[in-house]
Write a protein that binds this ligand. Structure first.
Ligand SMILES: Nc1ncnc2c1ncn2[C@@H]1O[C@H](COP(=O)(O)OP(=O)(O)OP(=O)(O)O)[C@@H](O)[C@H]1O
Length: 324
């Protein structure tokens, strides 16, 4: 394979303009529901054309933050701009320029793709309606299925219809809330190819996901927990900043190695991956000491590997649980 293409595919930042103007630039946002502090001093900056992955455990406040940024919910405090509009005073202007795909995007199942799109086009008062629908059908490869009922579509085609519906008014910012939950890997890959194509044309995308492979396809990621930003940057920056070390352990007595390693406090994570164990810790010296003892006792082999984004997230989730 061509080296340049390969490098660009694995590092989306190669294609990024880090000097592009910020599309989301908000500071110290807070939102409570009753006595629950759901968004906690959250500051975010996302630049034009970036695909920003929004990650965090269930209930960490991703959906609520997206709704604050879209202008669908009022912030309790904080300030900033989305697409150059004040998030406190100009929510209507923001709503008009944002495409929002909710977690459970719903269609009229007994209407066709085309009829569903016509319904959305009327809501947005898009004109001329016929050509808007034709262009949308064409750009998302839906033309041949235009008469198919939405209720009969597979998960992947439903997502494509949802994407068509939330991009047909030509938003400048797309907010996608777990858009591919329950969609098969091939359809997810196609969906992400489409997201990259849209971003390549200047659309900015904020997308929440629990899938690590999707996080790795983002230009930047923001990890939140309890409504606060805990990690931010490109995938490689977030991994490097975690200062975690990962050893790959293999051998015939893997179960014994697992059991023994569990007793060491310096071993912060152990996870089985096929025929190997991934053993993670933040103190390299102490981790090596533990591994030396276990390797001697079990005749297993331990080699320093690469820390994955998943290792980092598991660490962030567990460290947050300990501090709560
Ligand atoms: N309208 C509401 N009223 C009261 N509590 C709410 C409301 N909306 C969200 N919450 C609570 O706020 C917290 C954050 O929810 P939110 O949906 O923003 O998290 P999330 O990170 O998107 O979660 P998930 O990954 O599960 O979708 C949760 O505890 C949720 O129950």
């Amino acid at each position: 394979m061509n080296d340049t293409v390969d490098r660009q595919a694995s590092d989306p930042n190669v294609l990024q303009d880090m000097n592009a103007e910020p599309v989301i630039d908000v500071h110290l946002l807070n939102k409570h529901f009753g006595d629950k502090h759901v968004v906690n001093n959250l500051s975010l900056k996302v630049r034009r054309g970036q695909i920003c992955g929004f990650l965090g455990p269930n209930g960490s406040g991703k959906t609520t933050s997206i709704r604050l940024l879209c202008g669908l919910l009022d912030v309790d405090s904080g300030h900033g701009q989305v697409l150059g509009h004040d998030i406190l005073a100009e929510q209507r202007a923001i709503k008009n320029k944002v495409g929002y795909m909710t977690q459970r995007f719903s269609f009229y199942e007994d209407l066709s793709i085309e009829q569903n799109l016509r319904f959305v086009a009327r809501l947005y008062e898009l004109k001329p309606i016929k050509s808007v629908i034709e262009t949308t059908l064409q750009s998302l490869g839906l033309t041949e299925r235009r008469h198919q009922l939405a209720g009969e579509l597979s998960g992947g085609w439903k997502q494509r219809l949802a994407l068509a519906a939330c991009t047909m008014h030509k938003p400048e910012l797309l907010m996608l809330d777990e858009p591919t939950a329950g969609v098969d890997p091939k359809a997810r890959r196609e969906f992400w190819d489409e997201i990259h194509r849209l971003a390549g044309n200047g659309l900015t995308v904020l997308v929440s996901t629990h899938y690590m492979d999707e996080a790795e396809r983002c230009h930047v990621i923001k990890y939140i927990s309890n409504g606060s930003l805990k990690a931010s940057g490109s995938v490689s920056e977030v991994i490097a900043n975690s200062q975690l070390y990962t050893f790959i352990v293999s051998g015939a007595r893997l179960n014994d190695a697992h059991r023994m390693l569990s007793a060491y406090h310096q071993v912060e994570q152990i996870a089985a991956f096929g025929m190997n164990l991934h053993v993670v810790g933040s103190n390299l010296h102490a981790l090596k000491e533990a591994l030396d003892e276990v390797v001697n006792a079990t005749q297993c082999k331990a080699v320093l590997g690469e820390t994955s984004l998943e290792d980092v997230f598991i660490q962030l989730i567990s460290s947050n649980k300990k501090s709560v």
